[in-house]
Write a protein that binds this ligand. Structure first.
Ligand code: HEM
Length: 231
């Protein structure tokens, strides 16, 4: 099975690199969003010189917007290659199992087996984000319009309970995708030493949880602001 092992890991390289790129993007994005929670704590929520407003201004600088096509490409590669890998694995099942890794138990989690399904669920949050936020901010600016007030966008979007609930469910899917994806990606690029793999798993859970908590706290905070419960 040695050949199959190397083959399957090597095949995933593109998925790991694009995945790493998306993780970095998610961390940056979560940090800028989280500024809105800090603004709430400081009583600056909604102010034009609030930290979140400044973060959004920074995101509209040419140096950042030039990255938009690169980011889109990262998503396209990850989704396209994810579809290919899933199709390939289904076809090859029997030849080798979905995950030919050194420790079978290590790859046997629910998330490991459902990365594609989780990815499809994550597509929902991607679409939601593009239509509810990106279209009113960056796209407006690209097309010569004026970007919407970012705080108002947050409160009008997350002021609704169903939106808040579905947003949280989406980020549970992101958490599941990343709690497996993070260490899997490091293993794919060759860091598959037994001791380190255990540490990477813990680190993966921490990174996934940080991303989850930052995005979800922004939505909950916006809900509380929208209903005058805080602020
Ligand atoms: C927030 C966006 C996303 C991030 C941060 C992310 C991150 C990752 C990471 C780090 C991996 C591990 C790569 C490896 O095992 O070497 C991975 C695997 C995978 N991703 Fe994503 N991903 C995202 C969205 C998506 C989407 C939208 C899809 C598909 C619709 C998708 C499909 C997959 C699949 C199928 C795999 C597993 C490949 C395999 O092990 O067989 N991902 N992802």
């Amino acid at each position: 099975m040695a050949n199959a092992f190397h083959y399957s890991i090597g095949k995933k390289f593109l998925q790991a690199i694009s995945g790493a790129f998306l993780v970095i993007f998610m961390l940056l994005h979560a940090t800028v969003n989280f500024f809105s929670v800090i603004d709430s704590l400081n009583g600056n929520f909604g102010l034009s010189d609030g930290l979140f407003a400044k973060g959004c201004e920074f995101m509209s600088l040419p140096i950042v917007t030039i990255m938009v096509p690169v980011l889109a490409l990262g998503f396209i590669i990850h989704i396209g290659y994810g579809i290919y890998l899933t199709w390939y694995n289904i076809k090859a099942r029997g030849g080798y199992k979905r995950y030919e890794v050194a420790s079978k138990a290590a790859a046997d989690s629910w998330s490991a087996k459902n990365m594609f399904v989780l990815g499809i669920v994550i597509l929902g949050v991607l679409f939601f984000h593009l239509t509810h936020f990106w279209a009113h901010m960056q796209l407006e600016e690209f097309t010569g319009g004026i970007a919407a007030d970012p705080y108002l966008l947050l409160t009008t979007t997350f002021g609704s309970v169903p939106v808040l609930v579905i947003y949280i469910v989406w980020f549970v899917a992101v958490w599941l995708h990343l709690s497996h994806g993070f260490w899997s990606m490091l293993q794919t690029i060759g860091w598959n030493n037994d001791i380190w793999l255990k540490r990477f798993k813990v680190l993966g859970i921490l990174v996934a949880s940080l991303i989850f908590l930052m995005f979800v706290s922004v939505a909950v905070n916006a809900y509380l602001q929208a209903h005058g419960i805080i602020g």
